[in-house]
Ligand binder design. Structure first.
Ligand SMILES: [Zn+2]
Length: 94
């Protein structure tokens, strides 16, 4: 479940953010050990998590300014909203 919008993954994978000894990092592989939190690969969810300190709450740790900056940069590269459902392949399947 995404910590920002509290919805399940749906058809898209959630991105794991993990609390490590080196700080709070994005974990694209999902393999880092540590307390993790999950977010949709959507900028709106990341901005909500960053603005409302949801990662700090979910991971029960402060997040350094440096890590917040890295997370914000990651968020900036994400798409704004979920792409439209009506892609051609799915429409022709039935
Ligand atoms: Zn979300």
């Amino acid at each position: 479940m995404c910590i920002a919008c509290r919805q399940g993954a749906g058809k898209r994978e959630l991105i794991r953010v993990v609390r490590t000894e080196a700080g709070v990092k994005v974990d694209p592989t999902g393999k880092l050990s540590g307390r993790g939190a999950y977010l949709h690969p959507l900028r709106v969810c990341w901005e909500k998590a960053l603005n409302h300190r949801l990662l700090q709450r979910a991971l029960r740790t402060p997040v350094s300014a440096e890590d917040l900056d890295a997370l914000a940069r990651h968020a900036a590269a994400l798409p704004d909203v979920e792409p439209d459902e009506d892609d051609d392949d799915a429409a022709q399947a039935s």
